[in-house]
Design a protein around this ligand. Structure first.
Ligand code: NDP
Length: 337
């Protein structure tokens, strides 16, 4: 989990100044989740000779998921790491230059865009595809870390099915928590929704659906003290309410839904972002406010956040990038004639 946190430098750590050696590339892709690799496959097949930097967590968030059963093309399901390995092989097959390294700074004033890697090397890119993803927020409990992937998850759509007909808990009071609880209520026997305040932040429509769902029990003004387990699997969650009273719920799955942090801070000086930090793109495209810079996947998607939608926007980013580069080539030929 600490790895996720490090993936995005915080606002103070973000460095802008490029130093050290530099290299020119036509298309630079930052990030190695489904969005980044799909962008790489398309960009490589379009002869853009993409260079892809994997970031601190090669393969992205999916490498922390166990089984992926909702990505089309895998009828029997596949583990997250295996699937990302397939993505990588496919990107490499068409000639993507895949490298270890973390983007630590940016200068997007004008093309070529300068991206600093590991605080030293500078890549000068004619076009830039940002696929740096988002990081799920966690409560920060030791027990949460301990049972990650064996009872603790931050994605009900990914992992809910493993808790079919079992009792689970969701923590959080926003739209995501409400949606996760509703989704799980269709699979699990009982869903406990744990909210730290005396009200939910989620939209009224979602709240009503939650309150009208018979198998969702809402615990207002409760915080999670500890996730309890036995033999490496979750067996319960210990809550404490505003009066200091403890409640132990028997559950086998604990879903954290307290928000995500998009990994976009190193671009904050140049790119328009929403209040949470998601990079804004022009509707129906991956164009950011800086021409030649494209964003795809979870770093620009606060709504769907699925591997398959990330892959879809990765494809869009490569096509947008190819068209941008082609238009610049035409423009330079016109200006020379
Ligand atoms: P939000 O930031 O909206 O909500 C986070 C929730 O988690 C809040 O209830 C917050 O509590 C709670 N929380 C935060 N930290 C802790 C903690 N340490 N312990 C316990 N609870 C905690 O995040 P969401 O992911 O829900 O939503 C993000 C954005 O995406 C929102 O704008 C949302 O509207 C949007 N969204 C829209 C959807 C849709 O339209 N269908 C679906 C999903 C998301 P508190 O209220 O006390 O701060």
């Amino acid at each position: 989990m600490s790895l996720f946190k490090k993936m995005d430098l915080n606002e103070d750590e973000a460095v802008k100044q490029p130093k050290g050696e530099s290299e020119k590339v036509k298309c630079l892709i930052i990030g190695s989740g489904p969005a980044g690799y799909t962008a790489a496959i398309y960009a490589a097949r379009a002869n853009l000779s993409p260079v892809l930097y994997e970031g601190l967590q090669p393969g992205g968030q999916l490498t922390t998921t166990t089984e992926v059963e909702n990505f089309p093309g895998y009828p029997e399901g596949i583990t997250g790491p295996e699937m990302m390995d397939d993505f990588k092989k496919q990107a490499r097959r068409f000639g993507t230059d895949i490298r270890f390294g973390l983007a630590t700074g940016s200068d997007l004033t004008a093309p070529p865009f300068k991206i600093t890697i590991d605080n030293s090397k500078v890549i000068e890119a004619e076009s830039l595809i940002i696929a740096t993803g988002a990081t799920a927020k966690y409560l920060g409990l030791e027990s949460e870390r301990k049972y990650m992937g064996s009872g603790v998850s931050a994605c009900a759509t990914c992992d809910g099915f493993f808790y079919k007909n079992q009792d689970v808990a969701v923590v959080g009071g926003g739209d995501t928590a409400a949606e996760e609880a509703l989704y799980l209520s269709g699979i699990c026997r009982r869903v406990y929704l744990i909210i730290r305040k005396d009200h939910m932040r989620a939209s009224k429509v979602l709240q009503e659906r939650v309150f009208n769902q018979d198998n969702i029990s809402v615990f207002f003004e409760h915080i999670t003290r500890e996730i309890v387990g036995e033999d490496g699997v979750v067996t319960g969650v210990l809550l404490v309410n505003s009066k200091g009273e403890e409640v132990l719920l028997d559950i086998t799955g604990f879903f954290v839904a307290i928000g995500h942090t998009p990994n976009s801070s190193i671009f904050k000086e140049y790119l328009e972002r929403d209040e949470v930090g998601y990079i804004k793109t022009k509707v129906g495209s991956t164009h950011t406010n800086v021409e030649g810079v494209f964003a795809c996947g979870d770093v620009m998607d606060p709504v769907y956040r699925q591997a398959v939608t990330a892959a879809g926007t990765g494809c869009m980013a490569a096509i947008d990038s190819e068209r941008y580069l082609a238009s610049r080539k035409v423009a330079s030929l016109v200006s020379k004639s």
